[in-house]
Design a protein around this ligand. Sequence first.
Ligand code: G4F
Length: 338
Amino acid sequence: MAQKKALITGITGQDGSYLAEHLLSLGYEVHGLVRRVAFEDPQRRFTRIGHLLDQLTLHPASLESYPSIFSVVSRHQFDECYHLAAQSFVAESFADGFSTMNTNINGTHYMLAALRELQPRCRFYFAGSSEMFGKVREVPQKETTPFHPRSPYGISKVAGFDLTRNYREAYEMFCVSGILFNHESPRRGFEFVTRKITSGAARIKAGLEKELRLGNLEARRDWGHAKDYIRAMHLMLQQEQPEDFVVASGESHTVRQFCELAFGEVGLDYRDHVVQDEQFYRPAEVESLIGDATRARTVLKWQPEYTFPALVKDMITHDVQMMSDRNAAKSQTASEAI
Ligand code: G4F
């Protein structure tokens, strides 16, 4: 069988980097769209894919520029396209709703339009989100649950979801959306609450800080491991029929419970360190999310490997190790200077 070629937007992010590893392990030729600025700052921007660089083909392009996307899609024929790139931080979408909407909605539209024009047989995956459920209409949330987004980010994802479905229905393209609930890992950005907690606990444990300032500790999320969730993305594009799927753990925990577990892993009591701070509350909060991934489990035969405690442990262990590597490097530099 001929080697499959995949294009990933957002390849430098948490999901993109794990997905690239997974597709390479399956024998794919993997291409990525990367903003030009990233090529100018590889040390910082390529941290998650540094170990893969010699196996990837990266193309400079911007989600804000149709010509740049068109140019890449006109030069290479892809079997699958995973559109993961987005402004994905919900809090930032309140600060600048306009740029979130521009990037997320137009970026998805440009990708779909370029594929339709140049290679309509390429299968397309859109990174939908549980944020689309927002003020939830039923518990747990599944594929048929109506959307009620609560942020510009959530609204942009509903628009991307609708665009993807419309290209499927109007042009008979294989276009699907994964409705993924929160998925975390040691590669998660530091602004998201899970990584903020594990990196904060590691810094406190190392004696570098005393407190961690957070917002709403009672918010509930359905947290899984990104490594598990990217396998579901791939499975969705291997089906006979294009269909959308919810991907979730089916468990819900509060931010407070995440703190309790993460701090507990390093022998600390979060109540001695976590301070609630108004500045991290959102103008409209998604109070509680919990997904029902029955269809993913039965149709895709998808099974997550990580439990909630295993996820927390993976993240905190990594951050504690990172802190001790940094301290070792610092003392090495200091002893060399003597
Ligand atoms: O970690 P978060 O910022 O993730 P959020 O908003 O749930 O969104 C993430 O998951 C979505 C999937 O459902 C993705 F689509 C999206 O791109 C992103 O990956 O916040 C989680 C919860 C929120 O309720 C927030 O209010 O944690 C609460 N929280 C409490 N204190 C905080 C903080 N969130 C952040 N980022 N920082 C805090 O200090």
